[in-house]
Design a protein around this ligand. Structure first.
Ligand code: UN1
Length: 507
């Protein structure tokens, strides 16, 4: 636990902060247990409604100043945050691995994703472009500008406890917004650590205290943010159930919600696939992060001619998997986040069997030496029919469903035939198949890949999906526009007042 001291994690930490200062918190104490070994890491005092109000007031005041900073200057702050994250990559990556349970490589990878979004945001801080248009009236100029919104509420999930918050906050900041973060109460220490790392940068640069608010707590904090008309944008990552509640509450006050919710991602493996790449993509996609990414591969839709050989290769690959302490780099698969997740996994296995699923790699909960936390489960594989109810659901665990297809049209229909629409892939070396999959008649997902698995998207693309995934886009491309308001400006520099549409109006 050599990583706790550099991150200034103490036995009891405040879960309320305005960015530079941690504030006294008045809510319940949250205990953070590691799913790695079941041990208590540290505790966090959560925020109550009065703490929330303090953070909001500070954020509102900070916004009036922060919005006057030129965007490239805001970018310079984010550049320094990226530098600080490089300095703390090792301890923060270890804490992510220890508190959340993902492998150490993936913990480091998550911090790298934060660093990458900082670099992206720095460049973007000089590229918040609006268009200029030709006015239909003489001696008029028309153009658009992008202005900040104000306070951005960020609700993030346990599975990417730091990266997803950084996608939102780094972009929101260069756009001139201030943020209030409600991290998952399952990974509160990762959030506290981020605050400590960033507060040094904010302090050194005299950034107004309040741009980086945080209120750690249960679902009530999410409800306060969603219902609060002082918060023009709420960006929420998590389950579809949570997203529907946030979307409805934010929608009822006509605020904006940016939702990144569940996925039920499939890989189509064609008879023209490079089978080695297909297997590697499928196995990492299915068991990486113990199946707890929203981009995890949950379904393989396999051409009948290669079905048996894919099955054999999967069986061989799953035999090699080492399950255990994720901080030990020899292990491939760590624990699930908590015992609740383990019971969700067990229920899904039962439901799958009940519907007629056949397990070719059996699941089960591990116990004994090294598995004392009770959170380690066996990655498993079932042969199913696409119409099974359980196959239409997202279970946040390493359960992989296999299905057979004959024609590509059929495979695409199976792939699209679920309520979620986040990530999708086709493994094929056939150009016609690949292009059909990417066309308007192909995948209906926000992310569609060729010869790459469903997980592990780069930050440079817009990240998110359709249908029950919520429709939001975060991270790269022009996702920044969601964090700004567009203003159309028309300027008359003539001596007349011509009206649009040629209307004549004389008085
Ligand atoms: C998530 O699981 O919420 O594409 C985010 C990926 C990661 C992000 C996942 N870059 O798998």
């Amino acid at each position: 636990m050599d990583f706790l001291a550099p991150l200034k994690i103490e036995a009891l930490n405040s879960g309320v902060s305005t960015g530079i200062s941690s504030l006294p918190a008045h809510g319940e104490i949250i205990e953070s247990y590691s799913p790695v070994n079941g041990k208590l890491i540290a505790t966090v005092k959560s925020g109550d409604k009065s703490d929330y109000e303090t953070v909001i007031a500070k954020a509102q005041a900070a916004f009036t100043e922060w919005r006057t900073w030129p965007a490239p200057r805001r970018g310079e702050i984010v550049r320094q945050i990226g530098e600080a994250l490089r300095t703390y990559k090792e301890p923060l990556g270890k804490l992510v691995s220890y508190e959340m349970g993902k492998s150490l490589q993936e913990g480091y990878g998550e911090v790298q994703e934060m660093i990458d979004i900082c670099d992206f945001a720095v460049g973007l801080s000089r590229q918040l472009y609006g268009l200029s248009m030709h006015s239909e009236r003489p001696a008029h100029r028309m153009y658009e500008q992008w202005h900040p919104l104000g306070i951005v509420g960020i609700i993030s999930a346990f599975n990417f406890p730091v990266a997803v918050w950084s996608w939102n906050s780094m972009l929101a900041w260069i756009c001139g917004n201030v943020c209030i973060w409600k991290p998952s109460e399952k990974t509160p220490l990762c959030a506290v650590a981020c605050h400590h790392i960033i507060s040094e940068v904010l302090k050194r640069n005299n950034v107004p205290d309040g741009i980086n608010g945080m209120v750690i707590g249960g679902r009530e904090v999410g409800e306060w943010l969603s219902a609060d008309a002082r918060i023009p944008l709420v960006s929420a990552t998590g389950s579809t159930r949570m997203g529907k509640a946030v979307g409805a509450t934010v929608g009822a006050r006509l605020g904006r919600a940016l939702l990144e919710l569940g996925g039920n991602n499939a890989i189509i493996i064609s008879k023209y696939a490079d089978l080695d790449i297909a297997i590697r993509g499928a196995v990492f996609g299915a068991v990486g992060t113990a199946g707890q990414r929203c981009t995890t591969t949950r379904r393989l839709i396999i051409h009948e001619e290669v079905y048996d050989s894919i099955k054999d290769k999967l069986l061989a690959a799953y035999k090699q998997l080492r399950i255990g302490n994720p901080l030990d780099e020899n292990n491939h698969v760590g624990p699930l986040i908590d015992k609740g997740a383990v019971s969700g996994y067990q229920k899904a296995l039962e439901a799958c069997k009940k519907e007629g699923g056949r397990f070719i790699v059996e699941g089960g909960v591990l116990d004994g030496n090294g598995y004392e936390s009770g959170c380690y489960v066996k990655p498993c594989i079932a042969e199913v029919e696409p119409h099974f109810k359980i196959v239409e659901q997202e279970t946040f665990a390493p359960i992989l469903y296999l299905m057979k297809y004959t024609t590509l049209d059929e495979a695409i229909a199976i792939q699209n035939g679920v309520p979620q629409g986040l990530s999708s892939s086709i493994m094929t070396l056939n150009l016609r198949e690949a292009e059909q999959f990417l066309s308007a008649m192909g995948s209906d997902c926000g992310i569609a890949n060729v010869n790459i698995g469903t997980s592990g998207a780069e930050i440079g693309g817009a990240f998110g999906g359709e249908k029950e995934t919520g429709g939001g886009r975060e991270s790269g491309s022009d996702a920044w526009k969601a964090y700004m308001r567009r203003q159309t400006n028309t300027i008359n520099y003539s001596t007349q007042l011509p009206l649009a549409q040629g209307i004549k109006f004389h008085v």
